[in-house]
Design a protein around this ligand. Structure first.
Ligand SMILES: C[S@@+](CC[C@H](N)C(=O)[O-])C[C@H]1O[C@@H](n2cnc3c(N)ncnc32)[C@H](O)[C@@H]1O
Length: 240
């Protein structure tokens, strides 16, 4: 009798595990499908044409970079809260910034404003030399954990003030700033390589902001593209 109950319990436990596995796999499948729809609709449907950027956006699981309860919204056309009053940018903006940065394999890239680590992961699909600075230590810690779990351990993170850049690793082929600065941070301009691309939102918090694509030509910055945007502010730290 006892062994029959044991057997029944074992079968029930097995069925429960199988059910949980199927539900989990279905949720993962539907998130994969949502990601593919996001690439087709929000990116190709607009002006994202770089095949490497499209492939990266189709690969990086954005739902792993947002709080669990927001995973069903991870592929919606919008920024989302990530805690500490900060946000993960809208997928289109991440793709556009990556496209404007023109990252080639082997390029050295600096991101200012790690946040969730999502933009850094997308950049890591384009080159294996990605450096990212975040002002808030809690976000650096969380981003580091997510990046390691997803196999992006090569991305170098640091907690610090992005206004100062990362002088020990300069110069960079591309610098992406994911928070709005009232004016160009001189250290970032100095740390940009000749022919390097600086992608940065400029403007005051809550006011008009413009995302700019700037290229260093003969030591001077030349504007190549611009778009009105809304970003959280680049908070002045010790490097300002
Ligand atoms: C829009 S969020 C970045 C989103 C991020 N790129 C992602 O993929 O999730 C802007 C980030 O910039 C950070 N930040 C603000 N001022 C900064 C500064 N002076 N230096 C470095 N990071 C800063 C904020 O803490 C925030 O995490």
């Amino acid at each position: 009798m006892k062994w029959k109950i044991m057997l029944l319990l074992l079968v029930l436990a097995g069925a429960l595990v199988a059910l949980a596995w199927r539900l989990w796999a279905r949720e993962d499948e539907s998130l994969d499908a949502a990601r593919a729809r996001m690439v087709a609709g929000q990116l190709q449907g607009r002006d994202i044409t770089d095949p490497r950027v499209l492939a990266a956006m189709g690969k990086v699981p954005r739902h792993r970079f947002v709080p669990g309860w927001l995973a069903p919204l991870a592929y919606a056309d919008q920024p989302l809260p990530i805690g500490q009053g900060q946000t993960i940018s809208q997928p289109y903006i991440v793709a556009l910034m990556s496209q404007w940065a023109e990252v080639r394999p082997g390029d050295k890239v600096l991101e200012v404003g790690t946040g969730s680590g999502y933009q850094a992961a997308v950049l890591a699909e384009l080159t294996d030399r990605v450096f990212s600075i975040e002002l808030l230590p809690e976000l650096t810690r969380e981003a580091q954990k997510t990046l390691l779990e997803l196999g992006y351990g090569k991305v170098r993170l640091r907690t610090g003030d992005g206004y100062a850049g990362w002088p020990e690793e300069a110069p960079f082929d591309a610098i992406l700033v994911t928070a709005a600065a009232p004016e160009l941070p001189p250290a970032l301009v100095a740390q940009l390589q000749e022919n390097g691309r600086l992608v940065i939102p400029l403007g005051r918090a809550g006011g008009l902001q413009y995302l700019k694509k700037l290229r260093k030509v003969k030591g001077q910055l030349r504007e190549e593209a611009t778009l009105p945007v809304r970003f959280v502010p680049l908070v002045p730290g010790e490097g300002k």
